[in-house]
Design a protein around this ligand. Structure first.
Ligand SMILES: [Zn+2]
Length: 260
């Protein structure tokens, strides 16, 4: 399996083989360059493809034969969009997962509390969602994870166990921080791209064309144009006999420590 550890071992073995071969035959410096670029390519691929499980295993889909899907939202709580989304989800009796930015949860605790009260689950999505989060040290990342965990615990009483890496980027520091904090890393299998596609029909078509059993759908409850799309999507899923279940149920894992 291509992961960080295996890539390092493979790369070290390759360099050692080329070095030893150099005693018996000329080894072109191009071969060394090719080995280094293949290794670098693997590292970059592993960083941006969360579901490759390169640095840490991430949960990206459920059972593909289940006729079930889960809907998840990142980057909230948002003062404007999240309450409207909660109204909509309540109306359609859909339970979702919200990956909260700790700093926003601290600012709008009543929205986080409402989400839990209405049967949704919440997880962490870092405290700051800083644009350079991926370059933070392991210690700084871990501090953000813990801070977010405490904010949510203090306001909702739930000790979160699910974490979605900001921007879906993983690396060795993030992997260690997530492991040390005892979280599950959560990815997705279908990204709506609601942060870049602002045409509602286009957005809806993109999702309905691709959605299938076991999918984890990714949206952002900071995007107001996502609301009418969500309404249409829920009806579409029902027509297709695809049941929306909560993420923890789709994956059969506990969202909170102590089974809360
Ligand atoms: Zn995010």
């Amino acid at each position: 399996m291509l992961n960080f550890r295996n890539s390092i071992i493979g790369f070290a073995l390759l360099l050692a083989t080329m070095y030893i071969a150099g005693f018996f035959m000329p080894v072109s410096s191009w071969l060394y360059a090719a080995a280094v670029s293949a290794f670098s390519g693997a590292l970059v691929y592993g960083s941006v493809r969360i579901c490759a499980g390169f640095y840490i295993r991430s949960w990206c889909s459920g059972n593909r034969n289940s006729r079930e899907v889960a809907i998840t939202f990142d980057d909230g709580p948002d003062e404007q969009v999240t309450p409207l989304l909660l109204d909509l989800l309540k109306e359609y009796e859909v339970q979702a997962a919200f990956f909260l930015v700790g700093e926003k949860a601290e600012r709008y605790p009543s929205i986080a509390i409402r989400s839990c009260r209405e049967g949704h689950i919440i997880g962490g999505h870092s405290y700051s969602h800083h644009k350079w989060f991926d370059l933070f040290s392991r210690k700084r990342m871990e501090a953000e994870l813990k801070k977010t965990e405490n904010v949510i615990l203090n306001h909702t009483g739930n000790k979160i166990r699910l974490f979605r890496p900001p921007y879906g980027v993983t690396n060795p520091n993030l992997a260690r921080a997530v492991r040390n904090a005892g979280f599950y890393s959560i990815g997705w299998s279908l990204k709506s791209r609601d942060t870049v596609i602002h045409d509602e029909q286009l957005l809806l078509r993109r999702i309905t064309k691709k959605v299938r059993s076991g999918d984890i759908l990714l949206f952002h409850d900071t995007m107001p144009h996502m609301l009418p799309v969500m309404k249409e999507l829920i009806s579409y899923l029902k027509e297709q006999n695809l049941k929306v279940v909560r993420l923890d149920k789709l994956l059969n894992i506990d969202a909170y420590a102590g089974n809360k």
